[in-house]
Design a binder for this molecule. Structure first.
Ligand code: SAH
Length: 196
């Protein structure tokens, strides 16, 4: 398919912040994503106490699901409003601290300690800051990344992968000439070449 119409499109961080301020967050799923339930066994693969990463996490309720199952969840999101809404909507107490390695960034951590959400750009993170992960839930993340940043995004994800990690990726399939995105259309062939 022709993805030419989307390849130069850029959504800035300010635009994302404004979406949160205006409540233009139609991507948020109040009841969580059915595909995580469906493929949960593939993500966990019989393992317990995993470290699970949520890139571009918004206020995804799946973070609460996995934490409640005993896993340790790390997310990253530019909108502090989204992260505060996450803790408030689940009545989770949290504390805030600066991230010494990233000027201006904050880490919001549940008091129970098993949910740590970084308020910064995904591109500010590295494995020396957040460590590596056993599982990834990539929904509304690769497809939200600007097409020009896809390679950089995926290269970063690969550096965050623990040996034997599993990565669940949700994409959307549609005619990219009819909708400007996000979510962007990422053809399967491109996913294969990006992740190898
Ligand atoms: N994964 C979430 C949110 C999807 S929408 C869900 O399933 O509901 C994409 C989110 O990425 C938005 O909340 C936006 O604010 C955030 N975002 C966009 N660019 C980002 C970046 N460079 N770093 C971190 N978060 C970003």
């Amino acid at each position: 398919s022709d993805v030419g119409s989307q390849k130069d499109r850029v959504v800035t961080e300010e635009e994302w912040l404004r979406k949160w301020e205006m409540g233009n967050t139609g991507f948020h799923k109040e009841r969580g994503h059915p595909l995580l339930q469906k493929y949960l066994d593939l993500l966990l693969n019989g393992r317990s106490g995993l470290r699970i990463f949520f890139p571009l996490c918004g206020k995804a309720v799946e973070m609460k699901w996995l934490a409640d199952m005993g896993h340790s969840v790390v997310g990253v999101e530019v909108s502090e409003q989204a992260l505060k809404e996450f803790f408030a909507e689940h009545s989770l107490p949290y504390c805030e601290e600066p991230v010494p390695e990233i000027p201006g960034a904050k880490k919001l951590q549940s008091t129970s300690g098993n949910i740590s959400l970084y308020c910064c750009s995904i591109y500010d993170l590295s494995s020396s800051i957040v460590g590596k992960f056993d599982g990834f839930w990539d929904r509304g993340a690769l497809v939200a990344v600007n097409p020009c940043d896809r390679q950089r995004y995926v290269s970063l994800m690969i550096t965050l992968m623990e040996k034997n990690s599993s990565y669940l990726l949700v994409t959307v399939s549609y005619d990219p000439n009819k909708h400007k995105g996000p979510p962007f259309y990422v053809p399967e062939s491109e996913i294969k070449s990006l992740y190898g």
